[in-house]
Ligand binder design. Structure first.
Ligand code: CAO
Length: 541
């Protein structure tokens, strides 16, 4: 016996007139329980509406752009004899991220209520990547508790109750699945508890999720780490993976121009946006690259300041050199996209410098002068052999581990900074490295380096030792994951246990990509390089 079942918009929270932005069914389609019928998009969330009936679609009562609210009739389904319509209470709005949450069962009335992970589809061990609550917080129905991220989707879990949080049972990184208790909430006598169906869909682009940049350093340093003052995610169409990528980059998707079908933001749009921001950081057109100045939040991007300098005095305009333009773009990208931290260390090079001077005296006639840079290159290679993460590159979710040791070194030229590369430094001695780096540095200054001379580096050394300085924070040269900055050595009083003795001290500044290298590893590397420089005999053990 067949039966016509009406499928309506479930309770979607406080949204009344929400546009249909995707429609997945047409008359004649066979549809199963939980198949998506359409996607609705409110100011705050994108949600799929799943079917509560299985059968054949006999009527579609909405079209793209239709504005709907709770109870609006979407489709009529002719269910076969066996198909049964679930009770209305079983209706659930699906989040943009495909799984179909249902409300965690709250207790009726006051008392302590557990809020659990709803049905999140087939995902079992999903990590908590953002946690928005702590004990003592007041929470309302639909407030985001946490963001979960599976391989395929990012989803916020909203609270199903209002009250005060008594316990938080998960932390960042906890793996959760359907039914995991997230928080316990004291609802109080007057506190409201949402009915099981009253759960708002988990928005993939809840403001809290977007406005939390990956790290503090990104937030403070990176121009793209814009925490929107606007309700982020408004009118944003993007897949969960693009949303996750945007969050990783700290990009507010509502500022990205969409070129995908049905006004969806695709990955390329995001890349283009980031490139635009980076070029804007140097040359100015941020406003056009980002679609205008928005918000008013302190971290929103502003156009590059346009100043009529002549108003204040005489000026001369000089075009940037080709090298400066290229390196500027690279540096900006690396500064913006790499969550980098700089670690400092002092190396006692008293004995090494004496050794270098002695060797140079012995080899005076050869004309081949040993440089500190050559020893630094050897020490770094040795340290990279001990800590192979320093010889890696990020490639999506993979780390490419290199088995060769090509070391770039920053060379200052009249036209700007270039980075020639000593290839296979692990196979070369210090004299050979000194000779080769000297030749490459000369070619760099003469503008004669070929692209091959500057490619394939695994790690870079930036030595300002011939100039001065104490410490600095070099910028990682992507896709490398670390760079060692070196300043001028100086005699410093060092306590030897009995007295202060003068030791020649070389300041090291190692910047490392925190996504690959954490602080402990970076410090171990730095300490090891310093030990090698302090006693070169360690190079052979
Ligand atoms: N401490 C003290 N003295 C040092 C030193 C150090 N760490 N490093 C080099 N020196 C000395 C050298 O011994 C040399 O002295 P002598 O002439 O008496 O022998 C003098 O400083 C000049 O050295 P150099 O800088 O010409 O040679 P180098 O091999 O040390 O460096 C190169 C070569 C190409 C790295 C360097 O010329 C250069 O271009 N440095 C700038 C790199 C740069 O701009 N980095 C910043 C990048 S981020 O903007």
């Amino acid at each position: 016996m067949s039966q016509i079942i009406e499928v309506k918009v479930p309770d979607i929270g406080d949204f009344e007139s929400v546009p249909v932005i995707e429609l997945y069914v047409k008359v004649g389609d066979s549809i199963k329980l939980d198949d998506a019928i359409c996607t609705l998009e409110s100011d705050k969330a994108t949600m799929d509406v799943p079917s509560t009936a299985a059968g054949v679609v006999t009527e579609v009562l909405v079209s793209l752009g239709s504005k709907v609210g709770e109870g609006a009739l979407l489709i009529k389904v002719e269910a076969g004899g066996a198909a049964a319509a679930p009770a209305p209470a079983a209706q659930a709005a699906a989040p943009a991220a495909a799984p179909t949450p249902v409300a965690a069962a709250p207790a009726a009335g006051g008392g302590v209520v557990e809020v659990k992970v709803p049905d999140i589809g087939d995902f079992a061990e999903v990590p908590v990547i953002e946690l928005y609550v702590k004990v003592g917080d007041s929470i309302k129905v639909d407030d985001a508790i946490a963001t979960l991220e599976s391989d395929k989707a990012t989803m916020d879990v909203p609270s199903t109750v209002s009250g005060v949080i008594k316990e938080v049972l998960v932390q960042l990184g906890s793996k959760v699945g359907e039914g995991t208790v997230l928080i316990k909430v004291e609802t109080g006598a007057s506190a409201s508890v949402a009915a099981p169906v009253a759960q708002a869909p988990a928005p993939a682009a809840a403001p809290a999720a977007i406005s939390a940049p990956v790290s503090a350093s990104t937030a403070t340093n990176a121009p793209v780490a814009v925490a929107p003052g606007l309700p982020a995610g408004s009118k944003v169409h993007a897949s969960p993976s693009v949303r996750a990528y945007a969050r990783e980059l700290g990009v507010d998707l509502s500022k990205v121009a969409a070129t995908g079908p049905k006004n969806r933001i695709v990955k390329e749009d995001l890349t283009k946006y980031v490139k635009g921001v980076m070029s804007g950081a140097i040359s100015g057109p941020v406003a056009s690259a980002t679609g205008g100045v928005v918000g008013g939040g302190v971290l929103d991007l502003l156009p590059w300041p346009k100043v009529n300098f002549e108003k204040f005095g005489e000026i001369e305009v000089k075009p940037l050199s080709r090298i400066k333009k290229i390196s500027g773009q690279n540096l900006s990208r690396n500064w913006v996209m790499i969550p980098a931290v700089t670690y400092h260390e002092d190396a006692d090079i008293t004995d090494l410098e004496a050794f270098r001077v002695q060797l140079n005296k012995e080899n005076e006639k050869s004309g081949n002068k040993l440089t500190m840079l050559a020893f630094l290159i050897k020490a770094c290679v040795k340290a990279m052999q001990r800590y192979p993460e320093f010889n890696s590159s990020l490639d999506g979710d993979n780390l490419v581990m290199k088995k060769y040791f090509n070391i770039g070194f920053a060379a200052d030229t009249p036209n700007g900074l270039v980075v020639p590369v000593i290839k296979n430094a692990e196979k070369k001695g210090v004299f050979e490295i000194a000779k080769e780096s000297g030749e490459l540095a000369k070619q760099a200054r003469d503008g004669k380096l070929k692209p091959a001379d500057m490619s394939g580096a695994c790690f870079t050394i930036s030595s300002l030792g011939g100039i001065g300085g104490t410490y600095f924070a070099p910028i990682v040269n992507a896709p490398e994951v670390a760079i060692l900055g070196v300043n001028k050595s100086a005699l410093k009083p060092v306590w030897d246990g009995k007295q202060f003795v003068p030791r020649l001290t070389l300041p090291l500044s190692l910047t490392a990509d925190h996504r690959v290298i954490d602080g402990a590893l970076a410090t171990r590397f730095n300490v090891y390089v310093a030990e090698l420089l302090a006693d070169m005999r360690r190079m052979i053990v």
